[in-house]
Design a binder for this molecule. Sequence first.
Ligand SMILES: Nc1nc2c(ncn2[C@@H]2O[C@H](COP(=O)(O)OP(=O)(O)OP(=O)(O)O)[C@@H](O)[C@H]2O)c(=O)[nH]1
Ligand SMILES: [Mg+2]
Length: 408
Amino acid sequence: MHRLRLHLRSIVATCNAIQRHGCEITLIGRRREVSHRNLLRALSVTACVHEETRPTALRRRKPKSQNQLTVQHFVDIKQVKTIGGNGGDGQISFLRLWVNDRAGPDGGDGGNGGHVIFEASSNVKDLKHVQPIITAKDGENGLGDECFGKNAPHNTVQVPIGTIVRHVDGKIVADLDRPGMMFIAARGGAGGHGNAFFKSNVNQSPEISEYGAIGESLQYVVEVRSMAHIGLIGLPNAGKSTLLRAISRARPKIAAYPFTTLKPHIGMIEYDDYEQVAVADMPGLIENSHKNKGLGITFLKHAERCAALVFIVDVTLDEPWEALEILRYEINQFNEKLNDRPQLVVANKMDLPDAERNLQLLKKNVDLPIIPISAKVGTNVSALLKEIRILYDNLKGDETKKSTDNFS
Ligand SMILES: Nc1nc2c(ncn2[C@@H]2O[C@H](COP(=O)(O)OP(=O)(O)OP(=O)(O)O)[C@@H](O)[C@H]2O)c(=O)[nH]1
Ligand SMILES: [Mg+2]
């Protein structure tokens, strides 16, 4: 670093000299000719090395579509019925040749039915595409001339990495936490044997064959364990959806009445180093949600699936810290472990009167870092994006540490 700094200083001095004397100059220390362009290039490279780099969020350049049909919410839990394909039936058939019209049994076996499989994949982010009833195809029946029926292909349904599959009684049967991991949800039935299979010394012309087995039919609850890196949590009307709209391309509905958002929406913040941070806008939380009031437990389950929590507080309320206390209390009552997650407070609606005074009071009453913004007008949103990136980097750092600890 010291050497680089010296180098930079000498280049700056040389540049000054260039300005004074013209385009060509000899560097005394190195004793060689340096062109004006090379010198400037070296200067910019050295300057880049020294600059403090922190990724900045890319803001959208083109307007969002007005087509309401494209508004999509995040589906993080689904109950599905999976039905494996039936096996094909075995065939009863006897071969007749012109020289021998009793040439023996030649009924082929049926093909196997397909399985229904869940596979963890990074190509999908939620369970929107998962149908409530998932079936696999049946195997083909066997034919004469010892032709076997074709096995049916498996029906593989892609699910996000980190999906949990439970039986309807609540027991976890699969945790698909690595890409490519598979779980056979319903096995297809095996194909039945044709009569050629049953030929033996004691029975040369069996007139029996098997039906294909029936595929399994099972019900599961499929659940995405991690929904987003950051979850926006706040009382109804705090401005969560307005903020998500401001920082991402997601388009949750915004309105001045409570419970506008009933299902979570996910938006991606893109940074200039190609990192993407997923932010979830959640339905409003109210007092006694942990006792299933309002959207209740469903809401809190969404919060459980976010790695870090950002509390949105409306600073135009008379005592905004009370709102924050309610939020933290409800989350604590539902799951104490949520308190250990990284947290941040966003004081929203700073463009309105009285906001500044309430913000000062909020700062006095709260021990968490507070970022004042106006989601509607866009004030200070870039500072919030930087803070979110810091939260995300810390989360990522913790994850890598955990995985190296497990490895060693
Ligand atoms: N003046 C001002 N109004 C805001 C700001 N942020 C949100 N609002 C308004 O507050 C109202 C509620 O905003 P939403 O984004 O729908 O609030 P929410 O937290 O998503 O509400 P629910 O989905 O019902 O929980 C809307 O009328 C917004 O225009 C802000 O920064 N300044
Ligand atoms: Mg909303």
